[in-house]
Design a protein around this ligand. Structure first.
Ligand SMILES: Cc1cc2nc3c(=O)[nH]c(=O)nc-3n(C[C@H](O)[C@H](O)[C@H](O)COP(=O)(O)OP(=O)(O)OC[C@H]3O[C@@H](n4cnc5c(N)ncnc54)[C@H](O)[C@@H]3O)c2cc1C
Length: 405
């Protein structure tokens, strides 16, 4: 008889795990997926495209209902898991039902952080995490409401771009002195800023949110230096927090995320965690690729094969507000490293490759990202690059041609 395997969360990590399990352990488990959002799993990354009007909410579904049923998966969506009884191996869900499991996988993702400032909970303050948020933001934009987006990372830029494209006047405020400071060095961030500003978005750096102005509804944002920006809505896009409450209340070890070992197992036997809710070797990844790698490893492990997860080399390769951006590895460099840089501001291009001991260790690209995956492979495989160094900046085909010559 198939063992009951229950997955909590119906997001991107859950969908990938089911996909991988179907490949390597078909029939071994009777899988049930419990998801709070009232719809089939969708590609959360593409919420930005939905907001920008480039695709529709229906078109971002990861798999049709038939795909899940063909794999024998019991899907309960619109259903929140409320407690784990570790000793009895039961999951409790809203409404009181208890679902027995032999293996449990937590894929509860993250929630958007709301800044702890006065006014943060009044009407007109929103976040950008799920498809309900996008519906709300699209409604704001259709009324051409003035919006302040708090946060100049990927999410803030995407929210600002989508809202501006949909017709809202947008001001983006960011605490740091440059955009996407975790992915970009100063010249790349400055170029990105000017390219985004060309799309009609006002950007204020070094801007510390002191409070949201308004009695019952948002009227604006006041900064710590006294400046005030009038607006009818505020979007918080200043970070995420892993959803760990379910694990914590069950007595499972939690740090920032749910702590897992190299088998993605928590400190409770047969209870695993992957995706944004998990913390592996001290790292909570906020990106989809590590979640997919973890799903692949966990499926193999659950199929009885040898498999372990050693962490992911994080790369950012995406369109931010319509601008192609790639960043990977140690893109700042340090003592003993050297950087090759090519800039063409008018064409909106910036390329930086960081080399240590004859190996590529990091890269940042703005505009022309055609060779991003090749650079990522060089970083991940730590190949010696002396023989291609002269042409490496100009892309894979030229560099490999001169290596062969
Ligand atoms: C707008 C946006 C753009 C993004 N762009 C990129 C990008 O370009 N590149 C990139 O790599 N990453 C991007 N990300 C991040 C990426 O979407 C996440 O890394 C990925 O979705 C993580 O997958 P997950 O399954 O861990 O979490 P999620 O996809 O968030 O899924 C978690 C699910 O668990 C459910 N859940 C939580 N608690 C419970 C409970 N108690 N009971 C039942 N269900 C529960 C949640 O409702 C949710 O549906 C973006 C995110 C957003 C919001």
């Amino acid at each position: 008889m198939s063992e009951p395997l229950v997955i909590v969360g119906n997001g991107m990590a859950a969908a990938r795990l089911v996909d991988e399990l179907a490949k390597v352990a078909l029939g071994r488990y009777a899988i049930a997926v419990i998801g709070e959002e009232p719809r089939l799993a969708y590609n959360r990354v593409l919420l930005s495209s939905v907001l920008a009007g480039e695709t529709t909410s229906q078109d971002i579904e990861l798999r049709p209902a038939s795909w899940w049923s063909e794999r024998g998966v019991t899907l309960k969506y619109g259903c929140r898991a409320t407690a784990i009884d570790v000793g009895r191996r039961e999951l409790k869900v809203a409404g009181g039902e208890r679902i027995p499991f032999s293996k449990l996988v937590l894929t509860t993702g993250s929630s958007a952080l709301r800044l702890n400032v006065p006014g943060a909970d009044i009407a007109g303050v929103h976040t950008f995490r799920d498809s309900r948020d996008v519906d709300l933001l699209l409604a704001l934009a259709s009324r051409k409401q003035r919006v302040v987006v708090v946060g100049g990372g990927l999410l803030g830029l995407e929210a600002a771009y989508g809202l501006a494209k949909a017709g809202s006047p947008v001001t983006l405020i960011h605490l740091m002195d440059r955009l996407m400071e975790r992915q970009l060095d100063a010249p790349a961030a400055a170029l990105l800023k000017s390219l985004v500003e060309r799309k009609g978005i006002e950007i204020l750096l070094g801007a510390n949110t002191a409070r949201i102005v308004g009695e019952t509804r948002v009227e604006g944002v006041e900064l710590a230096d006294g400046r005030r920006i009038d607006a009818e809505a505020v979007i918080f896009a200043a970070g995420i927090r892993p959803n760990t409450a379910l694990a914590m209340e069950a007595g499972i070890a939690v740090n920032r995320g749910i702590v897992v070992d190299d088998h993605l197992q928590t400190d409770a036997a047969d209870i695993f965690a992957i995706g944004e809710c998990a913390e592996h070797r001290g790292i909570c990844y906020g990106l989809v690729e590590p979640a997919y790698e973890q799903g692949r490893v966990l499926a193999r492990y659950l199929s009885g094969r040898e498999a372990s997860y050693a962490g992911s080399t994080v790369a950012t390769n995406l369109k931010v507000s319509g601008v192609s951006v790639f960043s990977a590895g140690d893109f700042m460099g340090g003592e003993g490293s050297e950087a090759i840089v090519l800039t063409d501001i008018n064409r909106g291009t910036y390329k930086k490759l960081v080399i240590t001991n004859g190996r590529l260790i990091g890269a940042v690209l703005i505009g022309d990202v055609g060779d991003a995956l090749w650079y990522l492979e060089l970083i991940r495989t730590r190949q010696p690059t002396q023989r291609i160094r002269a042409d490496m900046m100009f892309g894979r085909s030229l560099a490999l041609r001169s290596e062969a010559a």
